[in-house]
Design a protein around this ligand. Structure first.
Ligand SMILES: O=C(O)c1ccccc1N[C@@H]1O[C@H](COP(=O)(O)O)[C@@H](O)[C@H]1O
Length: 208
């Protein structure tokens, strides 16, 4: 488990996802992100190769968790990307079952399970962190986290899906999420991160 995950629970955990350039990394780190994500799922405007992620991850301070983001990829592929890039966390967005998490557990990486399903508690699949996301991850579309019938899972979970500097504070208040994850909401155009929006997002998440 990463250092960032053992810090004071009162401080919201912030993950900035889909970084592709040095400027993105600098902006996320300067904003005080607890985790940064590199997308290895194919077909996204944010997809990077393992060598790019390795170069960028080397710029990230030790206390910030580096995460590889996958969708529907085999254990072997996840393992290969994780080893080649050196990320310390793995986030799975597909239909992966508990056996996937068990297979990856031995490598000592922080495991994030992303799902659009209703889940009762974090850890059911052996993950360290649960991520409740929209059905179409990375689309910037919100889901009904604010609805009256939403029940927050037990344990540490991150809220994702359509978050931005204008709605993140309200979303945290409404759901009680332990942390947040964002990609589209901190971009000036699809796939292009905005340092100003990253800063504004982190400030708003912390209620400043
Ligand atoms: O960002 C992507 O393109 C992506 C592709 C495949 C799987 C996950 C992806 N991103 C994850 O989506 C949410 C944030 O989405 P949003 O754009 O802020 O609505 C987050 O979990 C990212 O890690």
């Amino acid at each position: 488990m990463s250092d960032a995950m053992t810090e004071d629970d009162a401080d919201v955990f912030i993950k900035i996802c889909g970084l592709r350039t040095e400027r993105d990394v600098e902006a996320a780190v300067a904003a005080g992100a607890d985790a940064v994500g590199f997308v290895f799922a194919p077909g996204s405007p944010r997809t990077v190769d393992a060598a790019t992620a390795r170069r960028l991850a080397a710029l990230v301070p030790a206390g910030v968790l580096t995460v590889g983001v996958f969708r529907g990829q085999s254990v072997e592929e996840v393992r290969r990307f994780a080893e080649e890039s050196g990320v310390r966390g793995v986030q799975l967005h597909g239909e992966e079952g508990p056996e996937h998490y068990a297979a990856l557990r031995a490598e000592g990486r922080t495991l994030l399970r992303a799902t659009a399903e209703r889940v009762r508690r974090c850890g059911e699949y052996g993950e360290d962190l649960l991520l409740l996301d929209a059905p179409d991850p990375g689309s910037g579309k919100p889901w009904n986290w604010g609805s009256a019938d939403f029940t927050a899972p037990e344990g540490r979970w991150l809220l994702a899906g359509g978050l931005n500097p204008s709605n993140v504070h309200e979303a945290l208040k409404a759901t009680g999420a332990w942390g947040v994850d964002v990609s589209s909401g901190v971009e000036s155009e699809r796939g292009v991160k905005s340092p100003a929006l990253i800063h504004a997002f982190a400030q708003a998440a912390r209620g400043r």
